[in-house]
Ligand binder design. Sequence first.
Ligand code: 3NM
Length: 219
Amino acid sequence: MRNMEVKKALGLYFVMGTPNSGSQDPLAIVEAALRGGITCFQLREKGSNALEGDALLGFAKKCQALCRLYRVPFIINDDVDLALAINADGVHVGQDDEQADSVRQRIGPDKWLGVSTHNAQEVQLAQSIGADYVGLGPIYPTSTKLDASAVVGTTLVKEIHTAFPDMPIVAIGGITLATTGSIIQAGADGVAVVSAIASAKDPQYAASDLSKTIHSLLE
Ligand code: 3NM
């Protein structure tokens, strides 16, 4: 049941922090993305001029309130203390972040746990510690994450989907409207994007276009 709920939420997964908003108002981008049909939102406040302390807490609460309004899960990247402080719906961690098994213990069984992975071994480990979904990437080159690891392509999506058919998979890294189809066809439950929405001239339109493409392929 939860597995199906998670798979559904991964469809169009928007990841953003204030450093990704360029000259636009970050909260306006989040709201536009929600209006356009994103199915999950992850606050990933990283990079230069990232908010901290009370400013981060305030921004996170505003994002959470918007996500609640649109009934979209609100996930926090890496910052378990923040996720617990505001009672977020889940936490997403990378391989270099706090060990996923200690995160699961801290957040308890009810919050969603997502883990970034790059190969079958990491997916196996994520599954064994109770991850609700795995992120696979970077699928294509990306300039959004400066320390992204080597590009994995859609081949890895196919491989992981075949080896772990029940594990919800979201692909990330350099994904655009043009490449969304091949990722879903490779077996991903959804795509996670930063710039395809945050850097779009019209984020609502961009989200809506992605959403239509994804849902036409998943249904
Ligand atoms: N994680 P864009 S790639 C946040 O490979 C993130 O795990 C990645 O941004 C990973 O959609 C990435 O602009 C950045 O390419 C994705």
